[in-house]
Design a protein around this ligand. Structure first.
Ligand code: SF4
Length: 450
């Protein structure tokens, strides 16, 4: 079949799409870049908030219209939404041919077999696989050809039960991948010229927990830091498992970047209890203090949910004061979105949208001030930047620093994609503008879309 995969959501879904594509190619199917050239469309979906689901529904609506108008195309609904009753209902309504959950993505060839049999019989397939395949963790996913950045899933699922989160339902319990499988993929990436690898998991810090045959996350980090990839980053962490040995590995390993994404979600102990986050404000601040002491030029980012059911103005001011106390360099801020199937959706009443949007706007203003102060302090400094792509403003190319700053440099100063030394000339809350002062020999020739 001529297959096209459309990916929604997080980096773990990006990685899963690479796994799906490697299975398709291994099964003799062709990957096509344009959806209109495909006779099989695979949607690798996200269910963490309402928005990505709306996009999937609109896409399925268009595909159903095209099929009713005679287009010969089969559709597979994959990923987190497929694992939910909501996804099943959507699949039924839009006559989807296959439903494959995130734990069963390597069943995609079986799904295609069922689709081909049904096509041959002039019928619509109704393939379904929602199991959590144990052998998925052993699957070897080759690096994306020519990629400078690699994503490497080190574990699947989550054993925490935050009340607003659907992930434990869609991705199941935590399963850590064997060390050999991870090192094999990291070494393949190093050979393929990957300059930066993200170790991925819903909660990477609990890697190997409860399994004596596996190393700890800190030991894994040190191992991957020595396979020859210049930059190692990881996401996502849960404060409950962010231990001193991990902080030491970040401080001591050259390749492990001084960038930490540590979601706090709220600054109020009362709200953190309602979210079942398992830590309090002081515990979080203790971790931040240890990080700042051991990794002086670390960049800290976080996730925040505003407008969680029951959040009072007083609770919200706790979040604002935590922002001042930590002074995050960057933050991803979200309005609470009630997800069917989560405890908070079942038990708590949602609050008026206008209160949520007002609080979000105030938090964003505060964060912009902290980001501008932090970025401003970098003017005149030299950063190592992985230049990867054209910026929206055609005169610039874009990249990210070791600490995840977004950096733009004039296109005419760059002959190669890859790692460059950049002097920061100007700063805004979200972007640094700089000049190239040196390029790593390992960089690949500049080939940018015009
Ligand atoms: S740690 Fe909480 S928010 Fe993160 S994936 Fe697990 S349950 Fe969801």
């Amino acid at each position: 079949m001529r297959a096209h995969v459309i990916t929604f959501g997080c980096q773990m879904n990006e990685y899963d799409t690479l796994t799906i594509q490697s299975e398709l190619v291994a099964g003799g199917h062709e990957l096509v870049d344009a959806p209109q050239d495909a006779n099989l469309i695979l949607l690798n979906t996200c269910a963490v908030r309402g928005k990505p689901i709306e996009k999937v529904v609109s896409l399925l609506g268009d595909l159903r219209k095209e099929r009713r108008a005679g287009r010969d195309v089969s559709v597979a609904l994959m990923g987190c939404l497929a694992q939910l009753d909501e996804g099943k209902a959507i699949a039924e309504k839009f006559e989807v041919d296959a439903l494959v959950g995130p734990g069963a993505i390597t069943d995609v060839l079986e799904a295609i077999e069922a689709i081909e049999e049904a096509r041959f019989a002039g019928e619509r397939a109704a393939f379904e696989s929602l199991r959590f395949r144990e052998d998925l963790v052993d699957h070897h996913t080759p690096p994306h050809e020519g990629a400078l950045t690699g994503f490497l899933t080190i574990m699947r699922g989550c054993d925490h039960h935050c009340t607003y989160c659907i992930v434990p339902t869609t991705r199941g319990p935590e399963v850590s991948r064997p060390l050999e499988a991870i090192v094999r993929e990291a070494e393949a990436m190093a050979r393929a010229g990957v300059q930066e690898v993200y170790l991925l998991g819903q909660n990477v810090n609990s890697y190997g927990l409860g399994d004596a045959s596996l190393p700890s996350f800190a030991e894994l980090l040190r191992t991957v830091a020595r396979v020859g990839i210049p930059r190692v980053k990881f996401t996502t962490s849960h404060p409950m498992n962010f231990t001193s040995d991990v902080i030491d590995a970040i401080a001591e390993e050259e390749a492990v970047c001084n960038y930490i994404h540590l979601p706090v979600q709220s600054g109020s102990d009362r709200v953190l209890r309602r979210m079942a986050r398992e830590y309090g404000r002081e515990r979080y601040l203790d971790i931040v203090r240890e990080i700042r002491a051991k990794v002086p030029d670390v960049v800290l980012s976080t996730d925040i949910i505003v407008g969680f059911p029951g959040e009072t103005e007083e609770d919200f001011s706790e979040t604002l004061s935590l922002f001042d106390e930590v002074a995050f360099e960057h933050a991803y801020t979200f309005i609470y979105s009630a997800r069917p199937g989560t405890p908070s959706h079942r038990h708590f009443d949602d609050m008026p949208k206008r209160i949520k949007t007002d609080r979000l706007a105030r938090l964003i203003e505060l964060q912009k001030a902290h980001s501008l102060r932090a970025n401003g302090a970098l003017v005149g400094r030299e950063l190592r930047v992985l230049v990867k792509e054209a910026a929206r403003d055609g005169d610039f190319v874009m990249g990210h620093s070791d600490q995840q700053h977004t950096v733009l440099v004039p296109k005419d100063q760059v002959r190669r994609l890859g790692l460059h030394s950049v002097r920061v000339d100007q700063a805004t809350p979200h972007t640094l503008y700089g000049s190239v002062v040196g390029a790593d020999v390992g960089a690949v020739p500049l080939r940018l879309a015009s």
